[in-house]
Design a binder for this molecule. Structure first.
Ligand code: IPM
Ligand code: MN
Length: 361
């Protein structure tokens, strides 16, 4: 039997409400399939710790994650209205992505049956895309500075970094993903009409890598008109490869046309498996609804599904995806973001009750 160690950080806001739903679901699948065991180690890293101790995580946090024998990390949302977001995010999530070389952020953008897209006339057949977001460099390289603060001479610089290694590997991942998942097309999000250095470089590398994948259609589109295409013709899109910031924006757009931010999962991957990968809902900590028990746990539970897939627990991953799909399709248990009245707990329970049930419909 496989034995996995998972590092868990519930994070901020609604995190402590949704993460337990993800964990219970994971444990239930371990029991049902009998093919693996989960050992969870919880960390109290996050904004409460920052307010108490002045740091989001301990100084050796990355080493703990790297050397603790963890196969994966499950993280809740990060962000608290009492602390500036760039402090919380550069204190926890962004250093983990960079330090553990999780250079791929994989984000399915798929409308599930039973969920209403805000786009008129678009159903599950029209909205089924995957965003492959570069996750450690580009606009999020974290290099820059501010001088002459508050003076008329004040200057702020935020440097965007595109390396050949970083650009090539994300392109290659996108094409490999398409090839191995029966997807037909990779669209590169660019802005090379105005950014004549980094984005023209991005396009060059895209074309070079595309040559190695004759079976996959390669196309590129400027980010502004690509955003419009998400709304007007999502059915014409398949795999999208994007820089860190472009991918961030497109994945929120993709999530909202797929019915709710409360559904969208993500995997921050170190494909070489030298470091543990991190799984997380793409939504934020939602302070407005935190503590009410009504947050949608599906984005977290779907992230757990991606975690299982990553671990190679394909039976459990398939069972879980089916259960999520069934509960959404049947529509009896839906949280308020989906127009229902169910609680976080009820939604998690409904998915777990579906696991191991014979196929319906
Ligand atoms: C995401 C989030 C983060 C990002 C923030 C919280 C830094 O929006 O995972 O999409 O921009 O990557
Ligand atoms: Mn985002």
């Amino acid at each position: 039997m496989n034995h996995y160690r998972i590092a868990v950080m519930a994070g901020d806001g609604i995190g402590p409400e949704i993460i337990p739903e993800g964990l219970e679901t994971l444990q239930k699948l371990a029991e049902l399939t009998g093919s693996f065991q989960i050992e969870v180690q919880e960390f109290d890293w996050g904004s409460a710790r920052y307010l108490r101790e002045g740091a989001m995580m301990p100084a050796d946090g990355l080493t703990i994650l790297e050397q603790g024998g963890f196969e994966a990390i499950l993280l809740g949302p990060v962000g608290d209205p009492r602390v500036p977001d760039h402090i919380t995010l550069w204190g926890l999530l962004l250093p983990i992505r960079q330090g553990l070389e999780q250079y791929v952020n994989l984000r399915p953008m798929r409308l599930l049956e039973g969920v209403q897209s805000p786009l008129a006339g678009k159903g599950p057949r029209e909205i089924d895309m995957v965003c492959v977001r570069e996750n450690v460099e580009g606009e999020y390289a974290g290099l820059g500075g501010r001088v002459y603060r508050g003076k008329p001479e004040e200057v702020a610089v935020q440097t965007t970094i595109f390396t050949r290694k970083g650009t090539e590997r994300i392109m290659r991942f996108a094409f490999e993903y398409a090839r191995t998942h029966g997807r037909k097309k990779v669209t590169s999000a660019t802005k090379s009409n105005s950014m004549q250095y980094n984005m023209v470089f991005w396009d060059d590398v895209f074309k070079e890598v595309a040559r190695d994948y004759p079976g996959v259609t390669a196309e590129q589109q400027l980010i502004d008109s690509l955003s419009a295409r998400f709304v007007s013709k999502p059915e014409s899109l398949d795999v999208i490869v994007a820089s860190n910031l472009f991918g961030d924006i497109l994945s929120d757009l993709g999530a909202s046309i797929s019915g709710s931010m409360g559904l969208a999962p993500s995997a921050n991957l170190n494909p070489e498996r030298r470091y543990p990968s991190l799984f997380q809902a793409i939504h934020g900590s939602a302070p407005d609804i935190s503590g009410k028990g009504i947050a949608n746990p599906v984005a977290t539970i779907w992230s757990v599904q991606m975690l299982l897939d990553y671990l190679g627990e394909s039976e459990a991953a398939a069972m879980l995806m089916r259960a999520i799909e069934t509960v959404l399709r049947e529509g009896k248990v839906h949280t308020p973001d989906l127009g229902g009245r169910s609680t976080t707990r009820e939604m998690g329970e409904a998915i777990r009750a579906e696991l191991g049930q014979p196929l319906k419909g």
